[in-house]
Design a protein around this ligand. Structure first.
Ligand code: HAH
Length: 333
């Protein structure tokens, strides 16, 4: 594509389809400014809006890093996706304890309400949607809900309760359920069942967040299509919330310091296919967020294998557009 020497802007390329976001850390907000402002019109805090950071001790709120992200987004007219209120990780134990014992339901609900109230009243004009509940569904086996402290303290209704509190506290925000492996048939069917049940019980839920932590090997276009169609059939908006495409098979060890040509070639093909599907479904897919900005800073360097370098994003370690980037912006229209 000839752009007269200028790299096209991702978000402008997609302005007729969906918003294009990136997850940021307090560091990348400073080190990746050019890429961020040129390519993205939505931000998610990778960690800094999680309960363990916003309220590490009861009543002690730490808004500094979240504020910096919100200020940056406002300055550059970007949207912000809020991530997250109810999750089994990065949530301090005090939420669930009362004098060393498991707290009763009323107390935990009250704490969740206070947390949501404090955060949404601070940012209510700025954060347009929230991942209210993250990763509540069990990957394998017959049980639907993951065994978590939320489930233990609040019972099976906890997801509905969380959405109701969020709606009450921030009536204007779009409220999402968010999960990984959300296109894998076994888990997809469970998530679908959960969402259907929530809708039937008039739960105020607006959307489904498909995380999209995918890789270059295990991939089915049909699974992605089918999942989008199923969730959308429940009258839910779809966001792709945490997209990255790992160049490694899940737990395959690697000591590579640079990606192989083959890896990059497969990755380009995947990104091309994925974004082609998203464009096809842009009636329902309203936002696509990459889980990071460029390959120099990615959570996948530490997950699921610590120290295994990965290159899952659209910009390389020097912040240059990769082949995958060019494939994503190269389409008619
Ligand atoms: C996500 N979990 C979380 O939603 C996000 O908050 C975190 O920063 C990184 C990833 C993904 C995940 C997974 O893909 C497989 C197993 C557990 C968790």
């Amino acid at each position: 594509m000839n752009m007269g020497g200028k790299t096209p802007s991702l978000w402008q390329r997609y302005r007729n389809y969906f918003s294009v976001g990136a997850a940021v850390t307090p560091k990348t907000l400073k080190t990746h400014i050019e890429l961020l402002t040129h390519n993205f019109n939505s931000l998610t805090c990778e960690n800094h809006m999680k309960p363990s950071i916003l309220q590490p001790k009861e009543g002690e709120y730490r808004f500094k890093a979240a504020d910096a992200t919100v200020d940056f987004a406002m300055e550059h007219s970007m949207l912000i996706r809020g991530h997250t209120f109810v999750w089994h990780n990065q949530t301090p134990d005090w939420f669930f304890l009362d004098a060393g014992q498991v707290a009763d339901k009323a107390l935990v609900v009250d704490r969740l309400k206070n947390h949501i109230n404090k955060v949404t009243s601070k940012y209510n004009q700025q954060i347009y949607c929230w991942d209210v509940v993250n990763e509540a569904v069990e990957d394998k086996g017959s049980s639907c809900l993951r065994n978590t402290k939320w489930l233990e303290c609040l019972g099976e209704d906890y997801i509905k309760i969380a959405f109701e509190l969020a709606r009450e506290e921030d009536p204007n925000a779009k409220l999402f359920y968010n999960d990984y492996n959300a296109v894998v048939p076994e888990k997809r069917d469970k998530i679908f069942g959960l969402l259907k049940d929530l809708k039937e019980k008039d739960t105020p839920i607006d959307g489904m967040g498909i995380q999209g932590h995918w890789d270059i090997y295990n991939f089915s276009e049909d699974d992605i299509r089918k999942a989008i169609e199923m969730y959308a059939s429940l009258d839910l908006e779809i966001h792709i919330t945490e997209l990255d495409v790992s160049v490694h098979d899940w737990r395959e060890p690697s000591s590579l310091k640079v990606p192989t040509a083959k890896m990059l070639e497969l990755q380009e093909k995947k990104y091309d296919e994925i974004f082609t599907i998203f464009r096809e479904y842009s009636e329902v897919v309203k936002s696509v967020t990459l889980w990071g900005v460029a390959d120099d800073v990615t959570w996948l360097d530490g997950f699921p294998i610590k120290g295994r370098k990965n290159w899952p994003l659209l910009f390389d370690e020097d912040h240059k557009p990769k082949g995958s980037f060019w494939r994503v912006v190269d389409f008619e229209g």
